[in-house]
Design a protein around this ligand. Sequence first.
Ligand SMILES: [Fe+2]
Length: 292
Amino acid sequence: MALSLTPLTPGFVAEASGLDISRPLDEVSVRAIEKAMDDYAVLVFRDQPLDQDQQIRFAKYFGPLDLGLRKVKGGAHRFDYAELADISNVTADGAVAGREHAKIVGNIANQLWHSDSSFQRPRAKYSMLSAVVVPGHGGETEFADLRAAYDHLPADMKATIRDLKAVHYALHSRFLLGDTDYTEAQRQAIPAVQWPLVQTDPRSGRKILFVGIHACEVVGMTVAEGRMLLLDLLEHATQREFVYRHHWRVGDLVMWDNTATLHRGRRFDFGQRRELRRATTEEVQTSIEAAA
Ligand SMILES: [Fe+2]
């Protein structure tokens, strides 16, 4: 069987079929998925429930795996692999977390538009999110196309931001939500990084407007001016015309390119169980990184 693609939105999201991703993949299939990720930026695999071992194996085809925020707060973990992120409202002992539980802050932070691990170097490349339990209502994930967002910027804004860099910091979104209970060591665990606001994807050649909630300042601007510019750009990038909303079914695996998209979870009843499991690859060194 070979990879088959059915566009869900033109040039951005495609449903991928024809491959059983729970089984080992050959080189041709892996390269086909990477090519599809360049042509689109989000792939939806339906009816492909993966166990932890299968998800780790699939993710490793695409690069070294990322640990993300677990570098700040380790803590109890439900999974066999530290590289699997527990995107759920469930505690380490398997119970639905109460509204006051620290886990819920993470759920809410995920509802802000972001690129996974843009606050570190190397940043994240592909995230692969597997749906284990989904709530009856809400809890969708939305994706915004940062290539289309760049293409549709007015010419004067393209000129304004052409050489600008943004500062991305891991805890900025947490601080925004009033989650400030971190030690100095935790605050320093992932030092802030800078990324150009405008990037050219080395594989697809397309320009990207690289913004998101982890971006908190613009180099060379006051905090206020930079933050306002970032909010304006984020508002532009997340207009409905650039956004796809994914309605989860158990067994879905959605794969996206964090260097070309933003995403956010949508509201759901925190009293209902929502369990997704994420594996994420690190971006290999690129000309963008070398320039940053
Ligand atoms: Fe995320």
